[in-house]
Ligand binder design. Structure first.
Ligand code: ATP
Length: 407
């Protein structure tokens, strides 16, 4: 479709005082014809645009319908074997069943033998899937050396000490554990409210023990297609073995390891399978060498006890909301690069931030800097921090809500 974006020029009437009556009349006539012409052209374009709008709307409706279907049914993975006149031959992963089926109309032209597709309960192809590597990339984040240090984390010194003991020491001095004859803890579980530094802590310990940091988000795992969650868990441990020394960090572990629910939907069964895979990887952990595993959750109460048994996540570390000294330290950390006025009283600000997490305090520091910039100052003053706190409070609702996280 070629639609020129520019509109036709607006015709101009140019009358010269020297012109005779007849010439003026002719000029006005010509002008009138030009206006009519431009008007016709604009009407054509309007009609065209309305037509396109209709087309786009039906595309949107179609996509909405397909989206609804996708949301309501569970999907399975299959590969396209052959495209025939009667339909598409697919082979379902897992049971290797071959089926002749159909694809949603918009997929017809694009399907090729070898493609990975998602099919529904009645084998109809719902969508083509990205490369496997893409789904891995979405669920896993690999960093050779994360740029977080222990010194960047405020208010949880005791937790840092415990994590170092459980993760860093066994990575750096495995002989010592062997000599003494103790097994280092298998897995460390960090639990506590959101934004208290759990991810930072996992990154810092990977960095300071020169280990590759491999993060997997539990919530991503459960969004995957049937069969993919457990495969991703397997891949995760394989990748860690290739990159050792490595720290595996599973964020939001509650997404895959919640207490069993009574419902027997296929989604739940899939989550169970992913968790079983995780447990079996952890059970075979002894021979794995220099790999340590850390998980984090904001919902400790929801966890299935199976993952807390000895040999699994057997070192529990609570990461609480910071106390007043912790808040002061976090404020100092996050404002150390900022040009803060000498008379700013960090302890007074920290005292006012009861119930705020490290993440809240980090955004208060940034926001305080923004207030200074808005006022065209180069120095951040006490009042900027107060305004920043009020702003964050407005965003998050009342003070109450800031204090009572769901935990
Ligand atoms: N103790 C802390 N010291 C310094 N900064 C912190 C601390 N806690 C949180 N922050 C700031 O908040 C951001 C988010 O923290 P982090 O991702 O580690 O929290 P989390 O506990 O893993 O949260 P969630 O449970 O929501 O994943 C950090 O990047 C950092 O800027």
């Amino acid at each position: 479709m070629s639609h020129s974006p520019s509109l036709p020029d607006r015709p101009r009437l140019e009358l010269d005082p020297e012109m005779s009556e007849a010439e003026r009349l002719e000029a006005i006539r010509q002008h009138y014809r030009r206006i009519v012409h431009v008007n016709d052209e604009l009407e054509d374009r309007l009609e065209d645009a309305q037509g396109r709008r209709g087309d786009l709307k039906s595309d949107v409706d179609e996509l909405k319908r397909e989206n609804e279907v996708l949301k309501t049914s569970s999907l399975y993975i299959a590969s396209v074997e052959e495209i025939t006149d009667e339909g598409v031959v697919i082979k379902q992963h897992g049971n290797n069943q071959e089926v002749l089926t159909q694809a949603a109309t918009r997929l017809d032209a694009d399907l090729r033998p070898g493609d990975r597709v998602a099919i529904n309960d009645s084998f109809a192809i719902q969508q083509t899937l990205d490369d496997e590597t893409d789904s891995r990339a979405q669920a896993m984040e690999v960093t050779e050396s994360p740029d977080v240090e222990y010194a960047d984390i405020g208010g949880i010194d005791e937790q840092i000490r415990e994590v170092r003991e459980a993760v860093e020491d066994p990575l750096e001095n495995p002989e010592q554990f062997e000599a003494v004859g103790v097994e280092p803890p298998s897995g460390v579980l960090l639990h506590g409210p959101p934004g208290t530094g759990k991810t930072m802590l996992a990154k810092a310990v990977a960095n300071e023990s020169d280990a590759t940091f491999i993060k997997m988000a539990g919530s991503e795992l459960v969004r995957k297609f049937i069969g993919e969650g457990s495969r991703l868990v397997r891949d995760l441990f394989e990748l860690a073995a290739e990159r050792e020394p490595a720290v595996i960090f599973i964020d939001e572990i509650d997404a895959v390891a919640s207490k069993r629910t009574d419902s027997k939907t296929s989604g739940d069964a899939e989550v169970q399978r992913t968790m079983m895979q995780l447990l079996s990887e952890m059970d075979g952990f002894d021979e794995r060498g220099e790999i340590r595993i850390i998980a984090a959750t904001n919902r400790f109460d929801m966890l299935d006890e199976a993952i807390l048994r000895p040999g699994r996540f057997d070192r529990l570390i609570e990461v609480p909301e910071p106390d007043v000294e912790g808040r002061e330290r976090i404020l100092e950390i996050h404002s150390q690069e900022m040009n803060v006025a000498d008379d700013v009283d960090v302890s007074e600000i920290a005292a006012d931030l009861e119930g705020y997490s490290g993440a809240d305090i980090a955004s208060i520091a940034t926001e305080a800097g923004m207030f200074a910039i808005r006022d065209d100052r180069t120095e951040v003053v006490q009042e900027d921090f107060e305004r920043a706190r009020e702003k964050l409070q407005d965003v998050e609702g009342t003070d109450e809500q800031v204090i009572h996280y769901q935990y």
